[in-house]
Design a protein around this ligand. Structure first.
Ligand code: MTE
Length: 355
């Protein structure tokens, strides 16, 4: 029998919602370059689906020249690629908006990074051919259920514009960190869309269809939409690529430390280019000091950064981190307010006391 005491010593996720299961990684457990699957956040809209692995097939149909049904064995034989990817939920850091915005109150841990292996979606689409009137690729998940705002039952489905679907790094993944994808993260096949917020990476793929019009499913036309106006839904636009962002991992908020030299470290990531620099401020943004960036691997990962902070004056400090990417985007002081609280990327802050 397991001793309940043992569990207290093991890193675990923090629960934000029980049904469906939504859990995030406490920031102090995001301290490795690759996040093992037991520390990988869970974001679900429904109960977990029931799948029969023994007769799993992937149909690709709709506006294709030859509809096909792939077996897992066929997919495994196709040329594969492995990419290191940051997967960040669009609602990550929602709890930091003030005033609070309705939705799961994610702190800073609805994010993970790891190696995904699979076949380019474009390889599968080469096998089926694409009709000239196809505009989008619709990916349907096996999970489904009711929403509070609609009567029908919906599956978790989302589409990608053709150009993003045909990007060779948009993959149908079957492994995470060299192991079959854990069930909760999409076994046996999951879409991985690097650079986009996590909602695009559909888990438990049931089928892929090519369509000629804009898909209007609720996980695309109601949720995962930025609503910038408080009064109405005007000027709404879809959530796609990740904002430039950073998180301070050490020290943690409310740390009490002695005077001396302390390592300040964290991560920074972006969905547009690479991280160009990370700056820190200990004086409310009056002066900024450049952090050292660790070498990065690939284009879609986060970058770790460090800074040796020498502090000899006791008192209370706010440490701020601000990332800039190669596409010229910088974290702003104030978050971009939007009605559903997506894409929080204001300058990160932790407060510490020096004694
Ligand atoms: N795919 C399916 N089928 N069902 C879902 O609820 N959630 C999406 C995406 N893909 C979701 C899904 C969202 S919003 C995010 S952030 C990621 O999966 C979360 O992936 P994870 O649970 O593996 O962390």
């Amino acid at each position: 029998m397991s001793n309940p005491q043992d569990r207290l010593n093991e890193p675990t996720l923090s629960t934000r919602g029980l049904q469906p299961e939504n859990k995030e990684t406490p920031i102090s457990f995001l301290n490795t370059d690759i996040i093992p699957s037991h520390l990988f956040f869970n974001r679900n809209h429904f109960s977990y689906p029931t799948l029969t692995y023994s007769n799993y097939w992937l149909p690709i149909n709709g506006l294709v020249r030859t509809p096909k049904v792939f077996s897992l064995q066929e997919i495994a034989k196709l040329p594969s690629k492995t990419i290191k990817v940051v997967l960040e939920c669009a609602g990550n850091k929602r709890s930091l908006f003030e005033p609070k915005i309705f939705g799961e109150q994610w702190e800073k841990g609805a994010i993970s990074q790891g190696y995904w292996t699979g076949v380019s979606l474009t390889t599968l689409l080469e096998a089926t051919g694409i009709n000239s009137n196809a505009k989008e690729v619709l990916i349907e998940g096996y999970d489904k259920g009711k929403r509070t705002d609609k009567n029908n039952e919906y599956s978790y489905s989302r589409s990608l514009p053709l150009d993003k679907a045909l990007d060779p790094d948009t993959i149908i993944a079957y492994e995470y960190n060299s192991q079959p994808i854990p069930f909760k993260h999409g076994y046996p096949l999951r879409l991985i869309v690097p650079n986009w917020y996590g909602m695009a990476s559909v888990k438990w793929i049931k089928q892929i269809s090519l369509i000629s019009s804009e898909f209007k499913g609720p996980y695309q036309s109601v949720d995962y939409v930025y609503y910038p106006n408080k009064e109405n839904d005007s000027d709404a636009y879809p959530v796609t690529i990740m904002n430039v962002n950073s998180t301070i991992q050490q020290p943690v908020n409310m740390d009490i430390m002695n005077t001396g030299t302390h390592l300040v470290n964290g991560i920074a990531w972006t969905g547009a280019g690479e991280i160009a620099k990370v700056e820190l401020s200990m004086d409310q943004g009056v002066t900024w000091l450049e952090a050292e960036l660790e070498p990065s691997y690939g284009n879609y990962g986060w970058i770790s950064w460090t800074y040796e902070w020498s502090v000899f004056q006791p008192g209370e400090y706010t440490i701020m981190s601000k990332a800039t990417d190669t596409s010229g985007r910088t974290q702003p002081f104030e978050p971009f307010w939007n009605g559903k609280g997506y894409g929080y990327h204001a300058i990160d802050k932790v407060q510490v006391k020096i004694e």
